[in-house]
Design a protein around this ligand. Sequence first.
Ligand code: BES
Ligand code: ZN
Length: 481
Amino acid sequence: MKKITIGIFSFLLFTLTAIAQNGNSIYATMDAEDAASFKTLYPNDVQILKTENNQSAVFISEEVAHHIHDNVQTHGPGYIFKASEEKALSALNQLQRRPSVLDYSITEDAFVNECLDLVDSQNIEDNILLLQAYGTRYHTKPQAEQAVMDQQAKWDAWILASGRTDIHTRIYNHVNTPMPSVILTIDGANTPDEFVIIGGHIDSTSQGDKNDAPGADDNASGISSLNEMVRVLLAKNFVPNRTIEVMAFAAEEQGLVGSAEIAEEYADNGVNVAAYVQFDMTGYKGSSRDIYITTDYYNSSTLNDYLFALMDHYNANGAHNFRYATTECGYGCSDHASWAANGYDAAFPFEAAMSQDNPNIHSSNDLYSFFNTPDHATKFTKLGLEFLIEAAKPETLSVNDFSEKAITVYVKDKSLNYRLNNKVSDVTAIAIYNVAGQRIYSEKVNNENGSLQLQQFAKGFYIAQFALENGHTLTKKFILN
Ligand code: BES
Ligand code: ZN
């Protein structure tokens, strides 16, 4: 039992023994030790349906549920609501993880460091101020929907300016909230059906007036960290091998509503999500270390180990150094729990040790002026970039996969015609090799498409190598006939 003290138990004992047992009950899942203790104290109010992986599916009276929520945790419900017995029971099994496709390697030093150099705390500050200026992003308020539409417009403008045709956004409408979510997708060049996903919630809440919920730290900060990742990846023309998605969720504050619907749909459709990382509260530096990786039971320890390895590799010293530690939420405290609940590897790096996080969240005082430390959120942007680039990897340059899609070539009348399929870059040089590997021709160009006259060469197999302005090389075999 991690969080529940004897004192609170005496309080509950005192209040709950008086509660009548004929009220409504709800299905839920909760920590198995907590469930067992409640069962001992209130045998008639708590039914334990099944226990697995240190979690119990329970049927509890609403009164007990409310008292757990109000008294046991400093934040959070202490249990996860489930709509039916079936859902409560299957939630225990869903923790069975799918085999991961990630190789968890760290190989992209040069590119990652160039990206880290571009991270700019001013952009994060500007974006937090912009989001808090909606006044509220409470899920039923029009400002919440407006914030989502404006977020999509921001991404669309960046995509248009980049000229990329392999990046898209879409609005995701929900069943259980009027607020939509928005998703940005960068198509994977090699294995587009393997997904690497990051996200955070864009809604806010307040314990008081729902019209006054600025949500600067919870969670304009996380959304701003995500936006700075996207900006840098576009500035560097990053083309991933796997598909990357960036999600801004609706109605997290209502019990993970937006992410629950999306993660469940992905699981139902068998979408292969290699890993999910959540960015929720990145603004306030409440502890001595910078990033606190949560180690709750439902998080993936493999994915957490990867995040530790990335930080050991990229952030132990030098210009981008910072320090990390671990902490625990104690329950499904943010959207990563929705992905974990559907069997995906999930992680949640957090702004501080759990008891030292921003005390002003969920109030009208969750304002940027309270923390005013954009450098803290940049560390999360850096970890996010390291994770995205290494987990999704840049496109690989083999004849049979990426080049196949990135460039089209055909030969007609002994001239070689080429065309880049995604406007990711320009071709700056072309070299032709014979089957013995000897370079027999080269030419400098500056275009997306063109043709080479190769009349002087004999019929046979050749290899064309296209150097791109963005530093990549594409290779194609062709036959001259
Ligand atoms: N950003 C918080 C989660 C959080 C708060 C984590 C403080 C760690 C410390 C999130 O927006 C939130 O409020 N979550 C709820 C639970 C959710 C299921 C409604 C919470 O923690 O009360
Ligand atoms: Zn919150």
